[in-house]
Design a protein around this ligand. Structure first.
Ligand SMILES: *Cc1c(COP(=O)(O)O)cnc(C)c1O
Length: 330
């Protein structure tokens, strides 16, 4: 059932901030990066969401969604379809709140991803040969058990939860001129842009995606949501579509608030991961460093204090091996 109270506004994001403060240790660190600032000539600020309990920001949206469910909905439980950060976030928040979570993944999901999700003890449903089949498995659970579906990005409460990142950055640093946000389904960008543009209409909101399979970028160019095949990328958390014609929120938010979308190459993403590893001594996943890639490549020229979101650090063992092997001369 749709209700009016779940709408998108600055107020909903302030409320989300109160909601999720009980479940997460906020604010996450926001610090200026010396070497990046030196290289770009402007102060570059990094919002570190890798320090969230599951290693990615998605716990914010999951927490804001799940804590607003009715008592009846909580008793029945929640369901998500995700092999990655969203599945972990839903499982973790449900565990914290003591409610049942069902995480559906396809039979193709690699063992290391299964192990990540299992840490949070959800009902793990491994069924289906493709994303579509697994989505049907989730629908069956919704019909049979009355579970509530938790969308990874296209939900007002999830978007408001991710928007709390923008609120935290603004409260700490009200004079940012540009914000570089990793862009996939657009929940992260939608929430952050909504609040930051209201607080400062002149701020530049720049979405960053990988070159292959950038669905939101293609959709914005076409003027309507498109579907396209997935491609391999180091930024694996940015893979996936925006829901095609079913998209309810994030495409419109992107049309309204994004000033520019920049695409970065695989080699630029790899360089940025290595830069963060060797310069900053921190490991971040490919999706998290696309903003750093754009800065290092000179694809974005910051005009003043500029921030980017380090969205997570869940790097697969294969990608980590590639990264270290390719950097022996570094
Ligand atoms: C989900 C995710 C993103 C992209 O968020 P969207 O809301 O889908 O645009 C970026 N980085 C990481 C690490 C993620 O898990």
């Amino acid at each position: 059932m749709k209700t009016d109270q779940h709408h998108l506004s600055a107020k909903a994001i302030y409320n989300a901030s109160n909601n999720i403060n009980k479940l997460l240790q906020l604010p996450t660190p926001f610090y200026s990066a010396y070497e990046l600032s030196r290289l770009t000539g402007q102060s570059i600020w990094l919002k570190d969401e890798a320090l969230q309990p599951t290693g990615a920001f998605k716990v914010r949206g999951a927490a804001n969604k799940i804590c607003q469910l009715s008592e009846e909905q909580r008793q029945k439980g929640v369901v998500a379809v995700s092999t990655g950060n969203h599945g972990c976030a839903v499982a973790y928040i449900a565990q914290q709140m003591g409610i049942p979570a069902y995480i559906c993944v396809s039979e193709r999901v690699p063992d290391n991803k299964i192990a990540n999700i299992k840490r949070y003890n959800p009902h793990l449903v491994i069924e289906g040969d493709s994303q579509d089949e697994t989505q049907m498995v989730a629908q069956r659970l919704i019909d049979d058990k009355g579970l509530t579906f938790i969308s990874p990005f296209d939900d007002a409460d999830v978007i408001s939860g991710q928007g709390t990142i923008g609120l935290e950055m603004f409260q700490y640093h009200p004079n940012l001129t540009e914000v570089l946000v990793p862009l996939s389904g657009g929940g992260l960008m939608g929430g952050i842009a909504l609040i930051m543009k209201q607080l400062n209409p002149h701020i530049g909101m720049i979405g960053i995606s990988m070159e292959q399979g950038a669905v939101m970028h293609a959709s914005l160019q076409k003027g309507q949501p498109v579907t396209m095949p997935e491609a391999d990328t180091l930024a694996d958390s940015l893979q996936g579509g925006i829901g095609g014609d079913h998209n309810r929120y994030t495409f419109q938010l992107a049309q309204k608030y994004i000033d520019e979308v920049i695409l970065v190459s695989e080699s630029a993403i790899q360089n940025a991961m290595q830069f963060m590893l060797y310069e900053h001594k921190h490991l971040y996943e490919g999706a998290a460093v696309v903003g750093i890639s754009a800065l290092l490549e000179g694809l974005v020229k910051p005009t003043g204090p500029t921030a980017t979101i380090l969205s997570g650090h869940n790097v697969s063992p294969q990608i980590l091996q590639t990264l270290i092997a390719s950097s022996t001369q570094a």
